[in-house]
Design a binder for this molecule. Structure first.
Ligand code: CMC
Length: 397
């Protein structure tokens, strides 16, 4: 039986580790993939500042860096891009399976199911074989966007369209989604968004991926479990809620009253706050710049004025507690301008985060020990079973 004195962060029994809800501040792995300085608002992948990668790299190059630890040579990048391009198509069986999904279902649920189904098609589990690992990485990176785009068309009653081999990764995704070749600026900005979302240390979905990986199951199960975790509104799902929140506020002059009410009612303001950052999330800074570039090119979005006013008033009310805009605050405005439907915002996050999940999968396999933390039991003990006919509510206590 647990020590009844053990509370949320209260004193632990001698010799035991104190309980930390949400594992706050508890190191659960060692990792060389991504570093966050939450006080200065700095983020780096494999030692490279995010700002440099966003300005100069591509999503596939960054993915290579995350997974294999070094920037690719020109030959390595060409080969990797070619492999990903060659594996974009999904089997007609996967497409047929997706046609049976309810059209009103959430695309994250469709993605989780279809990602898991890849394990049926590629069932060999040779996780100590570098060729198998390379093949699985390529396949997941290549097919996840195709499956997201396929569900979008299928739920509208259309047949999915085939990927276009002459288009790069992000341009091809927009093409499969919208059935139009995208504007180069739109494709470039989407690619930068994917870089920004590719990795973020031991967040909930990555932790989920590592726990699943630690059982030595296949990488499709690893990614499917992470997709399910990302879907929640406290994690990747927040980007959808931000736009709904901005629309509910409606105009900049109503932002302050909205915030006061949210604080008074102890409601979370979506797109604000982060366990790691005590300043504005560096990804939000870059996304805001991308949003402005899009508005300059393709026309303004009045919700941007609402967002900026909300950020301004929140800096006064929430800033002293270290609560500032996170990655989800401006991403929805960018995606909306790119013509992406709202319930695809989180699947888009997943397309990017596959890179980080796979990097952690590989790292986990390199020094694996199954995750099996402990618990503090708070239930009862020493109870006696009674036959059904002998039970009443009073007797059960
Ligand atoms: N609005 C208002 N108050 C907040 C917010 C917010 N968005 N976030 C945290 N707080 C307050 C919270 O009420 C609490 O106050 P008090 O100590 O007075 O009770 C304090 O800050 C600590 O909050 P917490 O919920 O214990 O913090 P956490 O580290 O467990 O949660 C979080 C982090 C991101 C889940 C949380 O900030 C949140 O729910 N934000 C809104 C949802 C959101 O935008 N999620 C996206 C996260 S970033 C991308 C991703 O991970 O996918």
């Amino acid at each position: 039986m647990a020590d009844p004195q053990s509370t949320a962060t209260g004193p632990a029994a001698p010799g035991t580790v104190p309980f930390r809800p949400g594992l706050e501040g508890v190191p659960a792995t060692q990792s060389a993939i991504c570093d966050i300085d939450g006080l200065r608002g700095c983020l780096s992948y494999r030692g490279y500042p995010l700002e440099d990668l966003a300005a100069h790299s591509s999503f596939l190059e960054t993915t290579y860096l995350l997974i294999w630890g070094e920037l690719p040579t020109p030959d390595q990048l060409r080969h990797f891009e070619h492999e990903v391009q060659m594996h974009r198509r999904v089997s007609f069986r996967v497409r047929d399976m997706m046609k049976c999904f309810p059209s009103g279902g959430h695309p994250m649920d469709a993605l989780q199911s279809s990602a898991a189904s890849l394990g049926l098609f590629y069932s060999r589990r040779a996780i100590d074989d570098p060729q198998y690992i390379y093949g699985a990485v390529v396949r997941l990176l290549a097919k996840i966007p195709t499956m997201v785009a396929a569900f979008q068309l299928i739920r509208k009653g259309q047949d999915p369209i085939q990927p276009r081999d002459d288009l790069a990764y992000s341009a091809n995704f927009l093409y499969m989604l919208t059935e139009r070749e995208p504007d180069p600026l739109a494709a470039h900005i989407l690619d930068v968004c994917l870089i920004l979302h590719a990795e973020h240390s031991l967040n909930a979905s990555t932790f989920s991926a590592r726990v699943t990986a630690s059982t030595l199951t296949d990488p499709y199960a690893v990614v499917a479990s992470a997709v399910g975790t990302l879907a929640g509104p406290l994690h990747g799902g927040a980007n959808e809620d931000v736009l709904s929140m901005l629309e509910a506020i409606g105009t900049p002059d109503r932002a302050e009253a909205f915030l006061d009410e949210a604080i008074a009612q102890k409601r979370k303001v979506m797109g604000f706050g982060h366990r790691e950052y005590k300043v504005k999330d560096p990804r939000a800074v870059i996304l805001q710049g991308l949003a402005e570039r899009l508005f300059d090119e393709f026309g303004a979005d009045e919700m941007y004025d609402v967002a900026r006013r909300l950020e301004e008033v929140a800096a006064v009310r929430l800033g002293p507690k270290g609560i500032y805009p996170n990655v989800d605050f401006y991403s929805g405005l960018v995606y909306r301008k790119l013509g992406i439907p709202r319930d695809l915002f989180t699947p888009l996050f997943a397309i990017a985060r596959v890179a980080g999940w796979l990097a952690h999968w590989r790292e986990q396999l390199g020094a694996n020990r199954i995750y099996r933390p402990t618990q503090i039991y708070t239930g009862r003990s020493g109870r006696h079973w009674r036959p059904l006919h002998d039970r009443s509510a009073a007797a059960a206590t």
